[in-house]
Design a protein around this ligand. Structure first.
Ligand code: ADP
Ligand code: MG
Length: 707
């Protein structure tokens, strides 16, 4: 229902609306068909005024008995209406002369609004109205998510048109109904919906529907939609996996010892100061088996922080290097890349030297001269391993023969970056093997959906001798006690991280906050070297600070979340995280993993803010309690998924477009299982249907799922 009279400039309104449609991504008919209502309004019946309850949204038909403009206490239009059962006052604080005309005494109107039944009689504030009469709609009226310049009536019309035009013919093979029969409510039975019926229904549901099943998406029409969406995702991922299986990659088999010379990977094992854990050996084997195949490996190596993924990666690299090929190891930040580089040099250069080869280093801020030298090493093949940041994948970097690309903290890298790594061996008609590492455990349902095209290895045990990290929640009003504890730790020869939260709205504020904390701690801890690390610092300065901390000279390192990933200083045994309530649980777990890397008992203090209203402080504390309860990254990830949805885990892996819009992995596991089982059979036996299904749901976006 529309309160505005005829649109004054119809043509320009339409073009504005058209633009707005595009802005919302509503371009194809199918986009509009899948643009589902936020909620519904019931305009299917007329309620007698006498039976309208206080606070109820009703539609009435009534006659105007009085209409006047009042000027005090503020200008307003007051209109009395009445139907056969009672009367009501309409009140408008903003109105046009045209409104007054429509609302003239004697006019019969259809009015919709919320009834307030006060002592002085019924009232409606700014109700929608138009002339009475005309047929009542048979279905509920949809209210869509929209944006400025796109009025509901326009959007409704566009959706109706699209629903008429769009091809919604069946794409599910005969006899493959999704399992939504489980959703029977109130003993009532629901019929099955095909896609056309489901969309028709969700846009224009009959008034007898139980609104709660629409709201919680348990209605079978919703189930059908979610099942189809999950199926499209599965088809697309399993398809890309099949395409990859047709590609070729270098076959890399561990060398046998010859002439008394051990293969590189055995030499590396021999120099390591520790034995591999059983889990490390198992995943190492899984990777070695992949490398020996002639199709490119795409494997995700998951392991909680500190589980020892780096050495597994290094061992995989030795297999490739031993066969004369090159490897790349890429990390999202310079600090992390630097740590990897130091480790790789330590482990590998002595071994590589015998082959006349070495480890190269590539980062953004490098001196031109160094960079040129490194690029030459990469191109000639003298660099058996290249460690670096995004700089490794730039176009000018030409590998002689890249066989294995290792990406640490893979969720920090985007699709385009993985694609360009894959192209680094294109000249030889092959693709390199890819090993992606992540310390953010991916819950099973996520792995089954978004990562369905990857093989997954999990390191599910920590190296022995680690004492579990004790996590404490402390109100920030007790900061002083915490600082005293830091002093004691440092006096004991231990080191401490102090993490300041990222302030999203303002990097400058973020910085000043960290700077202030740094000053406070320096003052409170005389005689202790307190360092500061933040993302805006020049690379050389960061490096210097990190070096002081790594060598143990610096007792306390204040930092923004730049240390989140991968930093490894085993002597650090206390971490304080300020405003912990601003972080996601998985992120806190990552941060916490920076301590507890050595044999000393380690602790993590989560300072939560109490200056917010007490209640907010309580919920935050409740959420944070999970951190104190478990050190299991998977359990934490599961809770995080419940609280914050999948976005946190996927990072740059998926463009927002490719995210699931309808299905909810927390509640729709049965539909996911169904889709996962159906997809391969469908690709085998109903290829045309499968293709139509993917095009309908993903359009051109399916490419994005393939990197
Ligand atoms: P992450 O999986 O978080 O990347 P790292 O690879 O940085 O973990 O390893 C954490 C620490 O554990 C490093 O200091 C590493 O040298 C050490 N480490 C790795 N594997 C073992 C092992 N099997 N036994 C003892 N220490 C190990
Ligand atoms: Mg790591």
């Amino acid at each position: 229902m529309n309160t505005t009279p005829a649109a004054p400039r119809a043509a320009s309104t339409a073009s504005v609306a058209q633009k707005a449609l595009h802005k919302l991504g509503l371009v194809r008919d199918i986009d509009l068909a899948l643009h589902l209502p936020l909620r519904y309004e019931d305009e299917t019946r007329i309620t007698p005024l006498s039976s309208a309850r206080d606070g109820q949204m009703v539609q009435i038909e009534a006659t105007v008995t009085a209409s006047e403009v009042q000027l005090r206490p503020r200008r307003q239009l007051l209109v009395q209406v009445e139907d056969a059962s009672g009367s009501c006052e309409l009140r408008f604080f903003s109105f046009y002369p045209s409104h007054q005309k429509t609302l003239a005494v004697g006019a019969r109107l259809r009015i919709r609004g919320e009834v307030k039944g006060g002592f002085w009689g019924r009232q409606m504030l700014h109700p929608a109205f138009r002339q009475a009469g005309g047929e009542l709609p048979a279905a509920l009226t949809p209210v869509y998510p929209t944006t400025a310049g796109l009025p509901q009536p326009y959007l409704r019309k566009a959706v109706v048109g699209a629903l008429q035009r769009v091809d919604l013919s069946e794409t599910l093979p005969p006899g493959t109904e999704p399992p939504y029969a489980v959703f029977r409510r109130d003993g009532g039975s629901y019929r099955a919906f095909n896609l056309r019926e489901a969309l028709q229904f969700l846009h224009h549901p009959t008034p007898d529907v139980s609104l709660s099943t629409l709201e919680d998406h348990s209605h079978p029409a919703w189930q059908r939609l979610k099942a189809e969406e999950l199926l499209a995702q599965q088809l697309s991922q399993q398809q890309s996996r099949r395409e990859r299986d047709r590609l070729r990659a270098p076959v890399l088999r561990p060398r046998k010892p010859e002439g008394g010379v051990l293969p590189l990977h055995e030499q590396l094992m021999a120099v390591l100061p520790f034995d591999l854990t059983a889990a490390q050996r198992r995943v190492g084997l899984e990777i070695a088996q992949d490398l020996a195949r002639r199709v490119p490996m795409h494997r995700l190596l998951q392991g909680d922080v500190g589980s020892g993924k780096t050495v597994v990666a290094a061992l995989a690299a030795t297999i490739a290097m031993d066969a004369g090929w090159q490897c790349a190891l890429m990390a999202p930040t310079e600090i992390l890349a630097e740590q990897h580089f130091a480790k790789m040099i330590g482990w590998l250069e002595p071994l590589l030297a015998a082959h006349g080869r070495r480890v190269a280093w590539l980062v953004g801020g490098q001196k031109k001269k160094d960079r040129t030298a490194m690029l030459a090493l990469v191109e000639s093949g003298e660099a058996a391993l290249v460690v670096g940041t995004h700089a490794v994948i730039q176009e000018q970097v030409r590998f002689k023969n890249l066989a294995l690309a290792i990406i640490d903290e893979q969720h920090r890298f985007g699709v385009a970056q993985r694609l360009s790594l894959r192209q680094k061996l294109a000249a030889q008609g092959m693709e390199p093997h890819m090993l992606m590492m992540s310390a953010t455990p991916i819950p099973r349902t996520l792995a089954m959906s978004y990562y369905a095209d990857l093989d997954v290895s999990v390191i599910d045990e920590l190296p022995p001798g680690r004492t579990p990290i004790v996590t404490k929640l402390i109100a920030d009003s007790r900061k002083d006690e915490v600082i005293a504890r830091i002093g004691a730790q440092v006096a004991d020869g231990r080191q401490v991280y102090w993490v300041c939260p990222l302030i999203e709205e303002s990097e400058a504020l973020d910085l000043s906050n960290a700077t202030a904390t740094h000053a406070d701690l320096s003052e409170a801890l005389p005689g202790v070297m307190v360092g500061l690390l933040h993302s805006r610092m020049p690379a050389a300065e960061k490096k210097a600070v990190m070096a002081l901390f790594s060598s143990g000279q610096m007792g306390v390192l204040v930092s923004t979340t730049v240390i989140e990933v991968g930093v490894d200083v085993p002597n650090a045994s206390l971490m304080v995280i300020e405003h912990a309530e601003r972080f996601g649980l998985s992120q806190l777990h990552q941060l916490r993993g920076r301590v507890g890397r050595g044999a000393a008992a380690s602790a993590c203090v989560l300072l939560y803010s109490t200056n917010e209203s007490g209640r907010v402080g309580e919920t935050a504390k409740e959420r944070l309690r999970a951190m104190a309860e478990t050190n299991d990254g998977f359990e934490i990830a599961r809770r995080d998924l419940e609280i914050r949805g999948p976005g946190e885990f996927l990072g740059a892996r998926q463009s927002g477009d490719a995210l699931l819009r309808f299905a909810d992995l927390a509640t729709d596991t049965h539909l996911l299982e169904w889709a996962r089982e159906l997809a391969p059979a469908m690709l085998d036996r109903h290829a045309a249907l499968a293709e139509r299904h993917v095009m309908r749901w993903l359009g051109g976006k399916s490419d994005y799922l393939k990197a």
